[in-house]
Design a protein around this ligand. Structure first.
Ligand code: FAD
Length: 143
């Protein structure tokens, strides 16, 4: 069965202190990992003060249903779908939901901005996907 990759970004609506936001992210990740694992979806998530960005991979129907649910979530808004394409291989097959966290705080998200102007409307799904993949590989290399 052909797998699909979906890439989106959204506006982060998490409130509170940095600690509260981290706790909220932990909650989202725990729920995501449990749900995704049960339907064969894998991927990666990152966030900044302003945005979430996420890649979902898996069977078309499972990715669609998961994304439908995600779009209803009040912890973010203005969800912009950038890419939904068939793929030959998964990139995040080892992660029910990888968290690309520390690497994206501040400077490196700014790096994303530097290459794109960080007008989210100008970031292609392919660019965002490659950025998350590369940051995750970089984090693994120093772990
Ligand atoms: P519960 O977790 O019990 O949630 C029940 C309902 O309450 C849901 O509608 C949920 O949206 C809402 N809710 C829960 N906590 C809050 C809160 N603090 N503020 C506002 N609303 C809340 N889910 C996945 O399954 N896979 C993913 O990959 C995934 N990625 C996500 C990425 C982002 C950026 C965000 C914000 C959420 C993501 N979620 C993901 C969570 C998803 O939006 C749903 O909350 C979750 O799938 C619902 O799981 P559940 O049915 O077990 O219900």
């Amino acid at each position: 069965m052909t797998d699909y990759r979906l890439v989106y970004y959204s506006a982060n609506r998490l409130n509170g202190t940095a600690e509260q936001k981290e706790a909220d992210i932990d909650t989202i990740l725990a729920r995501s990992r449990r749900n995704n694992d049960s339907v064969g979806v894998t991927g990666a998530l990152t966030f900044s003060d302003g945005y979430f960005a996420q890649v979902l991979e898996g069977p078309q129907g499972a990715v669609e249903v998961t994304f439908e649910r995600i779009q209803q979530d009040g912890r973010h808004s203005d969800v912009h779908l950038l890419e939904f394409v068939p793929i030959a291989d998964r990139t995040f097959s080892n992660w029910s939901m990888a968290y690309v966290g520390k690497a994206v705080e501040g400077s490196k998200l700014a790096g994303l901005g530097a290459t794109t102007g960080f007008d989210p409307a100008k970031i292609s799904g392919q660019q965002l996907f490659e950025r998350l993949r590369d940051l995750l590989l970089a984090e693994q290399a120093v772990a």
